[in-house]
Design a protein around this ligand. Sequence first.
Ligand code: SAM
Length: 272
Amino acid sequence: MDEFFLGDARAALRHFLNEGRRAQLCYLDPPFCTGRDFRVYRDRYPSDEDYYAMMREVLQGAYELLTRDGNLFLHIDWRAQARLRLMLEEIFGAAGFRNEIIWSYRSGGRARTHFSRKHDTILFFAKSPASYFDAMQDPLPRREARGGHLKRGVDEDGRVFRAVRAGGKLYRYYEDEGVPASDVWTDIPHLQQLDPERVGYPNQKPLRLLRRIVRCASRPGDTVLDVFAGSGTSLVAAHELGRAFLGADSAPEALAALQSRLPGAPLRLTRG
Ligand SMILES: C[S@@+](CC[C@H](N)C(=O)[O-])C[C@H]1O[C@@H](n2cnc3c(N)ncnc32)[C@H](O)[C@@H]1O
């Protein structure tokens, strides 16, 4: 059954491990070490070292909770991504690295003192070469993925394609067939202030972003783990897509947000 642990991420991981729970996919969107207070949680630590020590424990715990063929996605920004990538390479081994996904967006102000920082980084590590992944589970429309430099044509069934000749062969790309996404995501905007998806939780991520990760990196029936669940976006995506979930957050507002997004769904609740 889906489970939520109200308490610290490290205690949640110990609890799930002790219960013998395991997950095929872990998505983590931790505090980014901004030094700021958000309405329902503080992103401030006595020193950066305290933040990295906390993250090491969480990443190690998440690694242990993943099945042998599990995948982990760590959503972070320019502040901590370099050190956390090295930490993930220590834990998963350098061979576990799959992608540094750039989630590019336009929202927010513009800087003059440096180029405006307009992306988050999502680090994707796999626990084994056998870990499941299929980018075609969330394909992009071909129109969005390819420029107009290829020759347009229509076949005998009326299907529109683009064609290119390479190495003596003619390649046809049908516009109604999707293409796998690259590691630069420009097609998913940040939630706008008045977006109906918003539940009023700070730093809420768009469902579309989480649907892509859940669809491509897990199968129906798998379990998704997120111990910095916030408003529960990854857990809602998991639920919608027929995956089970193990969620946690230290803020009671996170549990309230999840319950408002999944009204009536059975949930086992543990308080840390
Ligand atoms: C960036 S937000 C997650 C947002 C979420 N992905 C969403 O879409 O709503 C980070 C979350 O981590 C939680 N958090 C911070 N430190 C924590 C800790 N040590 N243990 C558990 N949760 C923590 C905060 O309460 C906050 O909800």
